[in-house]
Every structure is written in C-alpha cells, then in structure tokens.
Design a protein around this ligand. Structure first.
Ligand code: NAG
Ligand code: NAG
Ligand code: NAG
Ligand code: NAG
Ligand code: NAG
Ligand code: NAG
Ligand code: NAG
Ligand code: NAG
Ligand code: NAG
Length: 367
C-alpha cells in the first residue's frame, strides 16, 4: 500500500534568496507578484494556476509542473486573475475581488507577520512573534517532514480530485486515537467495515510523523513505531512528502536533489539552494581550459532557449553549442537543437523515452 516512488530529480542554478518575513500591507496578485518564497526558494506561498483561474496555496517552487502541498479553501472555485490577496493592515489574509467581495484565506486575525518556511509550512505570527496559525495544522492531502498528523478524526489527509484539481477527493488517511493509521473513503463513518487499509502502531493517541530521511512513524514522545523505514539519505539531499492520492493509495514520494557533472552545490549542507558552475570563467576561449560536452538523456527543463535550429544529428547540436561561447547547454529533440544559457532551472530527469524529453548537452570546463 505504501509505494515509494522516485520520480524527479531537480537542479537549479544560481538563485537569489527570497523574502521570508511578510508584513501587513503586503499583497499578491495572480499576474504580477504572485507568491512569497521561502528563504531558500524551495517552497512558495501564493497563487498557482487552477482550471481557468487560480488557487492559493503552498507549492514546490523549483519544479516546473507546480507540486502543490497545501491549498486554501480547497473546495472553493478557482478565482479570477483580477483578485488581490491582501495581508490587511489589521492582520487578516483575504482574497478581494474586483467588486470588493472578501474571502478569508485562513481563520486568523490581528497577525503581525507571516512567513513561508523552508519546510513548506506557512506560519502566521502575532505581535509577540508567537505562531497563531500554521498550514501544517490544516493539512490537505500532503504530509511534509516535520509536520505531524495528530490523533484526530477531523484533521486528516484527504485526497485531491486529481493532480490538477486540489478540491476534496474520495479518500482519507486518519491517525486514530486507538493507534491505528487507517484509510477510508470520504463520507463514511470511521469503522472497520469501511476502512480499506490500516496498520496498528500500538500507541494510543500518538501522532503520525515524517522526518527528513523519509522515516514515517507514529510516536507519543516516549515510544516510536515505524510505518516505513528511514531511507539511506543524508539530510537535505532528498526531499520527501507523503500524499493521500486520488487513487486511494498513500504514497511516499522522494525528490532527489542532484547535480550534473561540472556543477557544485552552492551549499553542500543545503542542497535545496541549488547548484552553480564549478568553474568561474564564462569565456570559452580561455587558455588552459578543456571544454567538452556532457551528454544527459531524458531531460526536461524550463524553456530558456535563445536560439534554435533544425539539425540532422545530435553531434551537430553538440558541436553547435561547443562552438558558441554563449551556449551553456543544448537540448536536442526531434531534430530541433535548442541552445540555452544559465540559469538552467526546473530540471526534470525523466525516463529517456519520454517523447517530451530531450537529449541534453552540458558544457563542462576542465582546467
Ligand atoms: C475540481 O473538482 C470539483 C469536484 O469534482 C469540481 O466541482 C470543480 O469544478 C473542479 N475544479 C476545476 C478547476 O476543474
Ligand atoms: C487591502 O485591504 C485593506 C483593508 O480592507 C484596504 O484598505 C486596502 O486598500 C487593500 N489593499 C489593496 C492594495 O487593495
Ligand atoms: C520571530 O522569530 C523568528 C524565529 O522563530 C526569528 O527568525 C524572527 O527574526 C523573529 N521576528 C521578530 C520580529 O522578532
Ligand atoms: C485519547 O485521548 C482522548 C482525549 O484526551 C481520550 O478521551 C481517549 O480516552 C484517549 N484514547 C486512548 C486510547 O487512550
Ligand atoms: C507511549 O506508548 C507506549 C506504548 O503503548 C506506552 O507504553 C507508553 O506509556 C506511552 N507513553 C506516553 C507518554 O503516553
Ligand atoms: C522517534 O523518531 C524520531 C525521528 O527519527 C526521533 O527524532 C525521536 O528521537 C524518536 N523518539 C523516540 C522516543 O525514539
Ligand atoms: C568541474 O567538475 C568537473 C567534473 O566534476 C571536473 O572534472 C573539473 O575539473 C572541474 N573544473 C574545475 C575548474 O574545477
Ligand atoms: C579534454 O577532456 C576530455 C574528456 O575528459 C579528454 O578526453 C580529452 O583528452 C581532453 N583534452 C585535452 C586537450 O586535455
Ligand atoms: C522555447 O522557446 C522558444 C523561444 O521562445 C520557442 O520558439 C520554442 O517554441 C519553445 N519551445 C518549446 C518546446 O516550448
């Protein structure tokens, strides 16, 4: 039932560190400034595309196909591009339509600041800088590392309708007071006849937790019971999330924070910051530099093409980039060669035979 899936690798180069403390008087709109970023830029809180309009939530900002981990008012219809998300001077967070109608985004008032943290938690503080509201305490379909699901029949993970529609779907995962972690369809009573999967932790009134190593466990602070074992990953190199899926399965996902050759992590202990080139020079004619192209199949990334041409072979594309000083990487797919500059963002290393994926050539400088 618990299926680990290893889907994406992501890489990003040279990022500016985002704003982290938001004050009353700040606004977001779907079309201009649409989100606030966590300090490393990994998570964002704000507008994302939903159907014909927009929803407000928390999502992984470094992945092109936005991975949503929390949604405000998930069962409300999408809002139009004309709304304003207003952190009002009296400390509320409201959506204001062009006609002036207000919808509360979360149930708090008199907040003094708010912050989207690198854990993916959107936290709201009072004037004493104490947390008065956290998205982690109001989960939708996802549990993130350091977030806990308490023994509560109402605060549960509920699946979304689909990957593209975060309205409440058909399944829920419950941390029960009797120590069971159990899955039920939405709309049934929490009794054995409706539960379709469960596991007993033997820990009454415990909480379900996910740690930074993908270790999923129930704890009551003096005793832990493992639901799924820890992965052999160093902290900060792999990103985990647990999701109640629209097909009724509870899945643990991992994102591998990797780099291609020729790049180094900006900060090895905080790989979510992204990568930069390990060579300082941008000049491809520099003496003593051996410049080669590294081939990486099955790549999709943000389209930052500055020049594209029809070329008959992959070698032609390789050479076109190699000979162009401005070219840092090239993508070759279906005889189209697309030359790219830095930064390369939202990299998704897919299975090589995905038709949308390209063969990438990345310029490597060796001294
Ligand atoms: C999402 O699904 C709900 C429930 O099926 C539906 O009412 C709503 O219109 C859908 N939203 C979008 C944007 O498609
Ligand atoms: C935000 O809301 C406040 C209070 O309702 C209002 O005075 C202010 O004009 C709004 N800001 C914007 C940019 O609309
Ligand atoms: C509030 O607390 C956080 C840490 O919990 C700290 O980083 C921040 O600077 C504090 N803000 C204020 C205004 O004291
Ligand atoms: C769990 O806690 C609730 C509320 O404190 C209490 O009523 C209930 O008896 C506890 N359940 C178990 C199995 O200990
Ligand atoms: C935690 O659960 C274990 C196993 O049920 C139990 O022996 C222990 O007393 C509990 N500890 C607390 C603090 O409730
Ligand atoms: C339970 O596991 C967590 C995560 O690994 C750890 O931090 C905590 O110390 C453990 N608690 C106990 C009581 O073993
Ligand atoms: C950059 O990294 C590559 C591959 O890891 C290595 O071969 C090369 O020597 C490095 N270049 C510099 C300038 O450090
Ligand atoms: C340049 O690097 C490539 C790949 O590492 C190597 O095969 C080649 O011999 C090097 N050329 C020079 C001139 O050092
Ligand atoms: C990438 O961008 C270029 C230039 O804006 C455009 O011509 C090309 O169609 C785009 N390619 C894809 C696959 O979106």
């Amino acid at each position: 039932m618990m299926t680990p899936i290893f889907l994406f690798s992501l890489l990003s180069a040279i990022f500016t560190v985002g704003q982290s403390i938001v004050k009353p008087g700040s606004i977001l709109t779907p079309t201009t400034k649409s989100s606030w970023l966590s300090p490393s830029g990994l998570y964002a809180f704000g507008f994302y595309k939903q159907g014909n309009g927009f929803a407000v939530g928390v999502f992984l900002a470094r992945i092109l196909q936005k991975t949503v981990v929390w949604t405000a008012n998930r069962d409300n219809p999408p809002v139009s591009a004309k709304v304003i998300l207003n952190f009002t001077s009296d400390g509320r967070l409201v959506l204001q339509s062009a006609q002036g109608a207000e919808t509360s985004v979360a149930n708090f008032r008199s907040a003094s600041s708010a912050s989207i943290l690198d854990t993916g938690n959107f936290v709201v503080y009072n004037s004493n800088n104490l947390s008065i509201w956290e998205s982690f305490q109001h989960p939708t379909d996802t549990l993130l590392p350091t977030q806990r699901l308490l023994a509560d029949d109402f605060v549960v993970l509920k699946s979304s309708v689909s990957e593209f529609n975060q309205s409440t779907g058909r399944f829920r995962a419950v941390m029960q007071q009797d120590g069971y972690v159990a899955l039920y369809p939405v709309g049934t009573s929490l009794t054995m006849e409706y539960g379709y999967w469960s596991t007993s932790s033997g820990i009454p009134n415990g909480s379900l937790n996910l740690d930074d190593h993908g270790f999923l466990y129930v704890t009551n602070s003096s005793f832990n019971l493992t639901i799924s074992p820890s992965k052999n990953s160093a902290k900060g190199t792999v990103l985990y999330r647990l999701r109640m899926e629209d097909d009724g399965l509870l899945r643990l996902y991992s994102y591998n924070l990797q780099k291609p050759n020729g790049f180094v992590f900006i900060d090895e202990s905080k790989r979510t910051l992204g990568c930069e080139r390990n060579s300082t020079t941008e000049n491809c004619n520099e003496k003593g530099m051996n410049i080669t192209m590294e081939e990486v199949p099955g790549i999709i990334w943000e389209n930052v093409t500055y020049s594209q041409s029809l070329l008959s072979t992959k070698q032609d594309c390789n050479d076109a980039c190699l000979q162009d000083c401005s070219c840092e990487a090239a993508l070759f797919n279906d005889r189209v060669c697309r030359k790219q500059k830095l930064p390369l963002r939202f990299v998704n290393i897919k299975i090589p035979n995905d038709p949308k994926a390209a063969l990438a050539f990345i310029k490597i400088r060796t001294s």
